[in-house]
Design a binder for this molecule. Structure first.
Ligand SMILES: Cc1ncc(C[n+]2csc(CCOP(=O)(O)OP(=O)(O)O)c2C)c(N)n1
Length: 651
């Protein structure tokens, strides 16, 4: 953005906004200026911290209108997924926090109860808002409280099954409730599926023609947007051949439909919302918006309209400032394509995240071997079961945090049938700026209880490639390959392999067996070096396959005086816990200390900061290990020696 453009909108209206009442008293002209100032503000702030810029630029007018028509916090405003609540944060007095958005101690990237009474739920996983709204509306009806409940939900989030379960109930209950469908035609990429087609068909009705015209006019006078938006909307319209009765689907359900309305026209959205508020039953307001509206690099970003740059970006280009590096995701994506070249039975599944998970690379080479199922992780798992029953080997690539939703599907639909499905969990462990609901720290515990499921935690690029190949070779049950977020560290070669276990470091003394899970391999090496300075010998191992617990790991444990495990997942039911159980079962009485993530809600920050808070740095672990082993010197424990066969018999 040029300096000139940057100053155009700075008439200072935004600085007068301390709460929703300040937006309520503005004139329509002032609102237009305020909307432009909010866009400048968002672009300026988020370009420094990273965050969900595209989605928030698309809901500026929508959010202003909501705060004018409804009285938050008395009326309840819910944002599905929660990634598009920045404008709501600005309106509710949190402007100052944007300098430290998503940074430790700073503003959360999602709604946060601790931040404001205007944030009722702490969400970041999609497709829940309608269910919360259903319950709230029922509660207020029963308690006789005349409050409005409003839920904003994107067309992407609407591909999630919970939304439809909620709609079914909302329609039956008949309570007053306003559902604002924020239809920008996109999840990250264009939203897929029958529902998306249906929403597009809604745009074919005569009032949509009017919306298109209005949007066209607005674009003419909005320098940053211009023709592309009109063309995109129009192309969508032209592409739909079969006009079906548009509102029918919702109205058949028993939910009143209002729209479509131009979501960038505050007055139009406002009048639709007022009508909806006064209706006295469940109403859907269908708002057509443009993701990234008003910021050309976002609007023109084919991949995802600058959905959520993870770190600072250049305002002119929208490109990340950080130098590109090789990410775990890239290594996975490349290897998957290599495997698919050799194995025609290998197919990919993504839940609306083809680019972020790397599955897009496979889709580009083999478009008919990748299925984007929408934001539908449960369906992804059971659909994968179907693919496997049909003779294929599906690779389901999701963020670790999102597979939690599909526990029952993994357990009963996949594992009970011993089906060969590989789940690839990206962003496992502590992820950082997205905060507690995005941490992928439960997977090894939650899925560790699934019979017959094998879990691999690679430590570097070489082991990721290798373990992915081992996973897709398994033909009698599901596998998980999990790895963290960010740049993959340099390869750390093993000294030797014992069963599936890689021995990374050994010494003449066998005081401590350090079990370094996944990407903690390098930390293990540093710990060993530090502890060696205190005169103790540490054997560092990477189990590679953490579930089931390798018998060889138990055998190694038996040959040391102390076992310490360190993992990037919750301690309860984690790798350390499972190893302790396997050792008890094998009557190995060597003491074990398990280091990991306490089962708690850990705040957002960088991954390094959170790991440091949890004592998961080489320095902290070395200090702990030295303390524990030197205390054992005071009360020595005799190591018990058993063989691999003994350990296997117990497992
Ligand atoms: C259960 C779940 N799966 C995946 C995601 C990742 N995700 C975040 S936003 C998003 C797209 C949302 O699209 P939409 O609801 O249309 O909102 P938009 O960003 O387009 O405004 C996805 C897939 C998520 N938050 N939750």
């Amino acid at each position: 953005m040029s300096v000139e453009e940057d100053t155009v909108h700075h008439t200072g209206l935004l600085t007068t906004v301390r709460g929703p009442q300040d937006v309520k008293r503005m004139s329509v002209d002032e609102l237009d200026i305020l909307a432009a100032e909010i866009r400048d503000f968002l672009i300026a702030k988020v370009s420094r911290t990273g965050g969900h810029v595209g989605p928030n630029l698309g809901v500026v007018e929508l959010t202003l209108a909501m705060h004018r028509v409804f009285d938050s916090p008395r009326d309840r405003l819910l944002f599905d997924t929660g990634h598009q609540a920045y404008v709501h944060k600005i309106v509710t007095g949190r402007q100052a926090g944007f300098d430290r958005l998503r940074q430790r101690g700073g503003l959360s990237g999602y709604p946060s109860q601790a931040e404001s009474e205007h944030d009722l739920v702490e969400n970041s996983h999609a497709s829940t808002a309608l269910s919360y709204a259903d319950g709230l509306a029922k509660a207020y009806a029963l308690r006789g409280e005349p409050r409005s409940v409003v839920a904003v939900v994107g067309d992407g989030a609407l591909t999630g099954g919970m939304c439809w379960e909620a709609l079914n109930n909302i329609a039956t209950a008949g309570n007053p409730l306003v559902i604002v469908v924020n239809d920008n035609g996109r999840s990250y990429a264009p939203t897929i599926g029958g529902l998306a087609d249906h929403l597009s068909s809604l745009r074919l009705n005569p009032s949509y023609e009017k919306v298109l015209d209005t949007v066209k006019d607005a674009l003419g006078s909005t320098p940053l947007v211009g023709k592309p938006m009109y063309e995109v909307l129009h192309a969508v319209k032209k592409g739909i051949k079969d006009a079906v009765s548009p509102q029918a689907m919702f109205e058949d359900l028993g939910i009143k439909y209002v729209g479509p309305v131009d979501g960038h026209d505050v007055a139009a959205v406002e009048s639709a919302l007022r009508a909806a508020k006064n209706f006295g039953g469940p109403v859907i307001v269908h708002a057509v918006t443009r993701k990234g509206y008003g910021y050309r690099p976002a609007e023109e970003d084919e991949a995802d309209c600058l959905h959520g740059p993870g770190s600072a970006f250049d305002i002119e280009t929208g490109k990340l400032v950080a130098a590109p590096s090789v990410k775990w995701t890239h290594v996975f994506a490349d290897e998957l394509v290599a495997i698919a070249d050799e194995r025609p039975d290998v197919v990919g599944i993504t839940a609306a995240m083809a680019e972020p998970t790397g599955i897009a690379k496979l889709a580009r080479k083999y478009p008919n071997r990748v299925y984007d199922v929408g934001i539908a992780e449960q369906h992804a798992a059971t659909s994968a079961a179907g693919l496997a029953l049909g003779g294929l080997h599906p690779v389901v690539a999701v963020y670790a945090t999102f597979l939690n939703r599909a526990f029952d599907q993994v357990l009963l639909d996949v594992a009970m049938h011993r089906l060969p499905v590989t789940f690839v969990l990206d962003r496992a462990g502590i992820t950082g700026p997205d905060g507690p609901s995005h941490y992928g720290m439960w997977d090894m515990s939650v899925f560790g209880v699934v019979p017959g499921l094998r879990i691999a935690a690679p430590r570097d690029a070489a082991t990721l490639r290798e373990e992915l190949r081992e996973a897709v070779e398994v033909d009698n049950g599901p596998t998980i390959v999990r790895f963290p977020t960010g740049t993959v560290a340099a390869d750390l070669p093993a000294l030797r392999r014992f069963g599936p276990v890689d021995v990374l470091a050994e010494s003449a003394r066998t005081d401590v067996l350090l079990v370094a899970v996944g990407s903690f391999g390098q930390l293990g090496m540093e710990v060993a070096a530090r502890v060696a300075e205190q005169g103790y010998g540490v054997t560092v191992v990477d189990p590679r396959w953490v579930r089931p617990v390798p018998a060889e790991l138990v055998e190694l444990a038996a040959g040391h005086r102390l076992v310490v495990s360190v993992e990037d997942g919750v301690r309860v039911g984690g790798v350390g816990d499972a190893l302790a159980q396997a050792m008890r079962d094998a009557d190995v009485r060597v003491p074990l200390r398990d280091l990991g993530v306490p089962a708690d809600w850990h705040p957002h920050g960088t991954r390094a900061q959170i790991l440091a808070d949890l004592g998961l740095t080489a320095q902290d672990v070395a200090r702990d290990v030295t303390g524990w082993i030197s205390r054992l010197d005071a009360e020595p424990v005799e190591p018990v020696r058993i063989t691999t066969d003994d350990a296997a018999a117990q497992n």
